[in-house]
Every structure is written in structure tokens, then in C-alpha cells.
Design a protein. Structure first.
Length: 269
């Protein structure tokens, strides 16, 4: 059966250093037999200021970061769900928080722009988050064929909106990929329970790849990258520090669960 990986990073302000760290862990994932790996949100940059992302934003289909993604996925023969990176938007001063997917041949196959933006107050060192000041809202859910099954894409704060995941399941999703950079207070309170809920209520595998630790902007992220099965069991978790989790994705087992426990087909609304 195919193996999937989630990558945990402590990204900083140096793009090349972040890419080098991601490369090392993607190699580990490939060496452990993964056919698909998920990088965390903001894998390429955790800037000191929100506007720092504008300096590295790329035109869709061009640029050093996208070239790196194509090259490393081709070299490792690995599908990569590339967390998020800033992509320029025509006639906009803000950028899209885009999750790009590349196949094992280094070909771009999909893009999902974060739909739900984190505009909240949090009891941490930063205090206030206003992603909509520098990013635009994505408009469309994305579900694609992949070597681990039909893959629904989401990003971080999206996990608080179960209707998105229901829509992805209606499009055939068997597995969810969720790159994230959760704050410590919200992570401690809600990370595990939200992820397990999205897996359980949709009888789907879930791959959550996270940022972890203290970053150069004094922000602290929760980590705990994990892979969850359709029954809500955590199959593997990286609590602290950068690293990789690799787990088998057993689609026949998922089919059996959905047949024995047919909640998805019994929906009334």
C-alpha cells in the first residue's frame, strides 16, 4: 500500500535555508518509501513582518521556488503538496496563499488558494492576526487524483470550517492534506480535536503538516504534525522539532469502514 509523509519545519527568514531544510526532510520521506509528502504552511518563509512575503512572491508558473519544487519532486520521484507560498495576483496589492502540488515527474498538477483567512485575536506574543490585510481569499475547493487516493486540499484555519471538508468528500475525497502554522494557544486547545473530528466525520485519512517552535518573528507554533486514519486514530505524530512522519495509507481499509459505518450515505441535509 502507498505511504504518505508529513514534514515538520521551523521556517525562518532565510528562503534558501528553509528550502535546504525542506529538501533534507523530503529526502528522508522518500527514503522511507513515501510516494507523497506534505510541507507545512509558510514553509518557504516565516518573515519578521507580514509584508516580507511580498518580496518573495512569485508569478504563478515562474520563479525560483516553483522551479525548486519541480526539480526536487522529479529528483525524488515524489508527489509534493507544497504547504503555502505567496503567489502574485493580477490587479491586487495582496497575494494568494497558494498550496501548489507537483507530481513525481516534477509537473505542476494543482493549486489551492487558502479560502479562510486567519483574522483573530490570540493570547500569544503576536496577539493579533490579520491575514486578509496581505492575502486574498481563495474562491474554490480543490480535490485531485493522487497516488494515495482522491486528495482534498485545505490549509490551517480551514480546518475550523467543516462544510469545506463535506464539499471535498462530495467531490470524492478519501484523504485530506492540511499544511498549517498553528499558534501555541490555539494548538494546545484545538489542534488534535479539530483534526480528528474532520477525519472521523468524513471517514477520511488526514495528513496535517505543521510549523513548530520559536521563529525569528517571535511567533511560536504548535507542531504535532500527524497522520490520522478514517476512524480518528493517530497513526503517527511528530510532537516537537523538525522531522518527518511516514505512514501507510490503506484505502481498502477505508472502504471497509465506510461500508460498515455508512454515515456519509445517511446524511439528510
Amino acid at each position: 500500500m502507498p505511504k504518505a509523509a508529513v514534514i515538520q519545519l521551523t521556517s525562518g527568514t532565510d528562503v534558501q535555508r528553509n528550502l535546504d531544510a525542506a529538501t533534507a526532510l523530503l529526502r528522508q520521506a522518500a527514503q522511507q518509501g513515501a510516494v507523497l509528502a506534505v510541507l507545512p504552511e509558510n514553509f518557504v518563509l516565516m518573515g519578521k513582518h507580514e509584508h516580507d512575503k511580498f518580496a518573495i512572491a512569485e508569478t504563478f508558473g515562474e520563479g525560483m521556488i516553483q522551479s525548486w519544487l519541480g526539480a526536487i519532486s522529479r529528483e525524488l520521484k515524489l508527489w509534493i503538496v507544497a504547504g503555502t507560498m505567496p503567489i502574485k495576483v493580477a490587479n491586487e496589492t495582496r497575494v494568494a496563499a497558494a498550496s501548489l502540488v507537483f507530481n513525481e515527474r516534477g509537473e505542476y498538477v494543482a493549486r489551492y488558494d487558502k479560502m479562510h483567512l486567519f483574522d483573530v485575536e490570540v493570547s500569544d506574543a503576536q496577539g493579533s492576526y490579520r491575514e486578509s490585510e496581505s492575502m486574498i481569499h481563495g474562491k474554490s475547493p480543490v480535490c485531485i487524483d493522487s497516488p494515495i487516493g482522491k486528495l482534498g486540499l485545505a490549509i490551517c484555519y480551514d480546518m475550523r470550517f467543516p462544510e469545506l471538508f463535506r464539499l471535498l468528500v462530495s467531490q470524492g475525497a478519501q484523504v485530506f492534506a492540511i499544511p498549517a502554522a498553528f499558534t501555541v494557544p490555539t494548538g494546545r486547545a484545538h489542534w488534535d480535536v479539530l483534526l480528528r473530528a474532520r477525519a472521523i466525520e468524513n471517514l477520511s485519512y488526514l495528513l496535517a503538516s505543521a510549523q513548530v517552535g520559536k521563529h525569528e518573528n517571535d511567533r511560536e507554533t504548535w507542531g504535532h504534525s500527524m497522520i490520522i486514519n478514517p476512524w480518528g486514530e493517530v497513526l503517527g505524530c511528530k510532537d516537537d522539532g523538525p522531522g518527518v512522519v511516514v505512514v501507510d495509507i490503506d484505502l481498502p481499509h477505508q472502504t471497509a469502514i465506510r461500508q460498515r459505518f455508512p454515515a456519509l450515505s445517511q446524511r439528510r441535509l
